[in-house]
Write a protein that binds this ligand. Structure first.
Ligand SMILES: *Cc1c(COP(=O)(O)O)cnc(C)c1O
Length: 306
């Protein structure tokens, strides 16, 4: 099967964007969110070689993990449907009915949803838990939480070659740091790579990235950093300032940002640019990694802020 034909990489245009006030650098958004309606953003790149590997090894079923609003669960369910795999999602926490829009979508794509207590979920990559998985579900192809493994990193390493212009920085939001690890590996020491951590206390992402890059490339590149200051209180935490910024950005550019990943990154770029972090005239390519599906689950919390 030709997995690449499912997505249209020519749709991932490089789009100049403006901010609520002028900044002395040029920002281009690489619209990875446009390559497929559901299997898009960084999640496509992280899934690609896992799908190929699973198919080559004859697996019929993909099993993966996520929270109830996970973009990774959403994309994996769509990929299963598109490429003919059964899918199983182990979802953190208890069942809430009716299903939220993410899980409803996953379920409609044929994903079997199995809830896992928070305690068990913490140990999900332990040997015992894996044995339980194989006992219960048979011979399934396991994709880790957030989709990050070496095959995912290899997929993300292909992202820089899609950028058909010269630039100084490339930026991405960081959840597990699989995507940034691949980008660093793919650039082989060229350009500067900036990650924006979307969770609090995320120093571990720096350690994980170092390890990933070494495992993947055998090199210790130093042309990257992960900025830890724009988590807005933690994973999926939001405030009025962030939501106002996202709304203004969309009004100016016609580009939707999600409050968990791309919204925090773009806010961070804007704030750093205002503070003189970049040299005047530099060009920054910001990856639009997708994730807009997750907003459906936040509308209530967003309303409460205003
Ligand atoms: C999953 C996700 C990320 C984080 O990617 P990692 O490889 O886990 O760092 C960033 N942006 C969006 C929109 C995502 O869905």
């Amino acid at each position: 099967m030709n997995f690449d034909s499912a997505v249209d990489l020519s749709k991932a245009v490089l789009q100049p964007v403006e901010f609520p006030s002028p900044i002395p650098v040029k920002i281009l958004m690489k619209r990875l969110d446009l390559i497929h309606p559901f299997i898009h953003g960084n999640k496509w790149f992280k899934l690609k070689y896992n799908l190929i590997n699973a198919a080559e090894k004859g697996y019929k079923t993909l099993l993966t993990f996520g929270g109830a609003y996970s973009n990774h669960i959403y994309s994996t369910s769509a990929a299963g449907k598109e490429f003919g795999f059964n899918t199983i999602g182990l979802i953190r926490g208890e069942q809430h009915l009716p299903l939220n829009p993410t899980l409803k979508f996953a379920n409609e794509n044929g994903m079997l949803i199995q809830y896992v207590s928070r305690g068990d979920y913490r140990d999900k990559h332990s040997r015992e838990f894996e044995e339980w998985i194989f006992e219960k579900f048979g011979d399934v192809y396991i994709i880790p939480e957030g989709g990050t493994n070496l095959l995912a990193i290899n997929g993300a390493a292909g992202i820089p070659s899609l950028i058909e212009t010269d630039y100084d920085y490339i930026t991405t939001p960081c959840g597990t740091a699989g995507t940034i690890s691949g980008i660093i590996g793919g650039l082989k020491g060229e350009k500067n790579i900036l990650g924006f951590a979307v969770l609090r206390g995320a120093d571990f992402l720096i350690k994980n990235t170092k390890k990933n890059v070494l495992d993947y490339s055998g090199n210790e590149y130093t042309n990257w950093s992960i900025i830890l200051d724009y988590h807005f209180g933690g994973y999926a935490k939001i405030n009025r300032e962030l939501i106002t910024f996202i709304r203004e950005f969309e009004e100016i550019n016609g580009i939707g940002l999600d409050p968990i990943y791309t919204g925090k990154m773009m806010y961070g770029i804007f704030d750093l640019a205002l503070k003189g972090f970049f040299e005047a005239g530099q060009t920054i390519v910001a990856l639009h990694t997708g994730g807009l599906q997750g907003i459906a689950g936040m509308e209530g919390r967003i309303k409460l802020l205003f």
